[in-house]
Design a protein around this ligand. Structure first.
Ligand code: SF4
Length: 214
């Protein structure tokens, strides 16, 4: 099993243990998909693990949606309100199919770690979920698994690329250059490098609980 699939499985086990111990039952259900309109980030390694599982129709939607997401990100990456604006516009994830995740077994850690035991109506963009609506510990568990994958990506490539789901998958599908300088040039040319919400190209992650160092 590759490290990404191992991380997906390990997080599921962590979450199941945590929820059992706390006696929590998430209200997240099949057919409940408000969070699939939000801004989802993933790393290159997760993207590379997801891509081979896409159907032709999903690849076609990605080819259509990826450039649009990159353009939106280019305009909004420095706007502190970009994620909430993006969420309110209700742009569905390109893998959302009839209210269900079309890549469910291969969905990113960020999707797995976003859980609530509260009223699903509060997940809607206009509800502006109150503090504590989304469970903090599951998100922390997902984040620690992300950090471990960033560390692995750093070992493998010498640098780490983190970005918006559809935009990054689109770039991977088109072929991301091998070297860091070329990747940065490409992202800079697209206007999506850096800023508050843009793509991050960072040095090998050391997994020490801080932020990735540039
Ligand atoms: S990958 Fe699946 S779970 Fe994640 S946002 Fe897209 S449709 Fe939703």
């Amino acid at each position: 099993m590759n490290p990404v699939e191992a991380a997906w499985e390990a997080l599921e086990a962590d979450l199941a243990d945590y929820l059992r111990q706390k006696g929590l039952a998430p209200s997240c259900r099949a057919g409940c998909f408000a969070c699939c309109h939000g801004l989802v980030t993933l790393s290159r390694l997760e993207g590379e693990a997801l891509l081979p599982h896409l159907t032709e129709a999903q690849r076609a939607r990605l080819l259509e949606e990826g450039p649009k997401r990159l353009a939106l990100l280019g305009e909004g990456k420095d706007d502190p309100h970009f994620p909430s604006r993006f969420f309110r516009e209700r742009r569905p994830c390109p893998f959302l199919e009839g209210g269900l995740c079309g890549v469910y077994p291969f969905r990113p850690l960020a999707c797995r770690g976003l859980l609530t035991a509260g009223d699903p109506a509060l997940c809607q963009p206009e509800a502006q979920a109150p503090r504590g609506h989304f469970l903090k510990a599951p998100w922390g568990m997902a984040h620690r698994r992300m950090e471990a994958l960033w560390e692995e990506e750093g070992r493998r490539y010498g640098f780490v690329v983190i970005g918006e789901l559809a935009g990054l998958l689109y770039l991977l599908l088109e072929g991301l250059p091998r070297g860091r300088a070329e990747v940065e040039r490409l992202l800079e040319g697209l206007g999506v490098l850096g800023g508050r919400w843009g793509f991050q190209v960072v040095s090998p992650w050391r997994g020490q609980g801080g932020n990735p160092g540039g």
